[in-house]
Design a protein around this ligand. Structure first.
Ligand code: G3P
Length: 214
């Protein structure tokens, strides 16, 4: 089970606060490969022994681009992968396809977000490594995807069976029960933001969630 922690653009998880959070995760978990930090592009220079993903990037090599985040540069900043098409940063289908191609060519892992089952199905031919099912209306809220939409998680797992893509689920994930349900339904990972980064005790939350799957 993988734990993608999206740092988003919260005060609590960017700049010096991001660094503090990263160091406390390292102190507790070392370089545990199950934990993946999904960082704000402004924090791209942060070094860590944990696995890092970019929150988004664009299908470009290095070159004459101003204000863009070329996928071609991610390795230089020690990213292992890239998240694409998050509900808060939607991109077109063609751009997703192109991005996945470039990222795979460069050996970067891809995590592409989908808002519903139709979108999960549509992404299959693009062969991302992970598809993250996140119902937008539950993002940042108190009711988790595993509580509100367990049947959709099960259906998404089935849809991805036999493809090269694995399912990650996110939205409102906050506790070990959410992780337990997601895992039992066949998800290979969870994508969490506010439940960790806005918690007064983020490490305690991660420890609890990790216990559930170890
Ligand atoms: O990318 C993770 C995300 O959109 C879910 O956010 O705050 O509901 O965990 P949150």
């Amino acid at each position: 089970m993988l734990f993608f922690i999206n740092f988003k653009a919260y005060e609590e998880s960017t700049g010096s606060e991001a660094l503090r959070l990263i160091r406390s995760i390292e102190r507790e978990f070392g370089n545990n490969k199950s934990i993946i930090l999904v960082l704000n592009p402004l924090d791209s220079m942060m070094e860590t022994k944990l696995v890092k993903f970019a929150q988004t990037a664009e299908p470009q090599e290095a070159g004459p681009y101003t204000g863009h985040i070329p996928i071609g540069l991610l390795r230089k900043y020690s990213y292992s992968g890239v998240m694409l098409n998050h509900s808060e940063h939607r991109i077109g289908f063609e751009e997703i396809g192109e991005s996945v191609k470039i990222a795979s060519k460069l050996g970067l892992t891809t995590l592409v977000c989908a808002a519903d089952l139709n979108e999960v199905a549509k992404l299959i031919p693009l062969e991302p490594d992970y598809v993250a099912y996140e119902p937008p209306e539950l993002i940042g809220g108190d009711i988790s995807v595993s509580t509100a939409k367990p049947e959709i998680i099960g259906k998404a797992v089935k849809l991805l069976e036999g493809t090269g893509s694995k399912l990650v689920v996110g939205a409102g994930i906050k506790n070990k029960n959410d992780v337990h349900v997601s895992k039992t339904l066949g998800a290979e990972g969870i994508l969490v933001a506010s439940g960790v980064v806005k918690s007064p005790k983020p490490i305690k939350v991660i420890i609890e969630m990790m216990k559930e799957v170890s």
